[in-house]
Design a binder for this molecule. Sequence first.
Ligand code: AMP
Ligand code: TRP
Length: 333
Amino acid sequence: MLKKIFSGVQPTGNLHLGNYLGAIKNFVSLNNDNENKCIFCVVDLHAVTVSQDPKILKNNIRETVATFLASGIDPKKSIIFNQSQVSAHSEAAWILSCIARMGWLNRMTQFKEKAGKDKEKASVGLYSYPVLMAADILLYDTTHVPVGNDQKQHLELCRDIAQKFNNDFKVNDFFKIPEPLIQKEFSRIMSLKDGLKKMSKSELSDLGRINLTDEKDQISNKIKKAKTDSLPIPSKVEELNNRPEARNLLSIYASLTNLSLEKSIQKFSGKNFSEFKEILSQILIEKINPISIEIKKLLNEKKYLDKILLEGCKEADSLASKKIKKIHDIVGF
Ligand code: AMP
Ligand code: TRP
């Protein structure tokens, strides 16, 4: 069956191992399957829901494209573009915001986390962020959305919005109801400093994450300093239940080597973490360093990156503008 894939990454800098293992690695294998039509979007409209320095944002947009390419996404097979350049996204987001209910958005945990204690001071955009995400997905008749686990709730909201629009206007099947593609074991890579917090771009200490542009010695230094406990590596997955840092490091190993968590544990059972960390560092360097070198090379080829975006925008715009015309018609504009 032909799958229509859509996913987005915010150009907010510091793309890290969590983004790679939770999302981008999956994009690459979907891109390689000729049965799929893939669209990968640099979601710059989402990025400005919190304040951004305009010059840095411009660079981060190119860096996100460079990361897609360096990780192995082929722009001849997939559409790569930035959201702000296809106006149908903003327009559809407005219309869908009249379909989504306040009660639905009030349940979104990401808003609560990002807005923190002072909700009154959060931007309105940060609150309606998941509606824009629904617009991104629904404009392209997307069937599957590869994301990390943190986006699961937003996808459920997208499905509710699509269903309500179809029901309200009696246009059964107009918006396709998309399925999430979330990797089971490795959908949430945690901070190297705290196994209960997800690895994130915004964590103040750089020691919590492996950036995709880190040098070899930074990678091994961060793994050396990564938090663990004093017990050796167990023999069963269940024994990791109360050991979040140990589980995280072993999950990273498993995901990088395409082994199950269970097999990875069996391989190192009884060994202590200092020995395991050395092997993990080597594998990380082997996988991440070539990507890092390629990102840095591509960042010197601004014209090439801009050309990819321009071509991607044309293709995306031609698809999205057809859908938005139909939306106008249905709504009665
Ligand atoms: P963002 O950087 O928030 O735009 O996220 C881009 C993609 O990376 C989304 O699919 C996220 O779900 C995924 N992602 C972000 N952080 C992590 C993490 N720590 N573990 C797994 N996936 C993640
Ligand atoms: N909200 C997603 C994130 O922060 C990014 C995103 C925006 C997205 N639009 C999307 C992901 C559409 C999948 C599909 O990770």
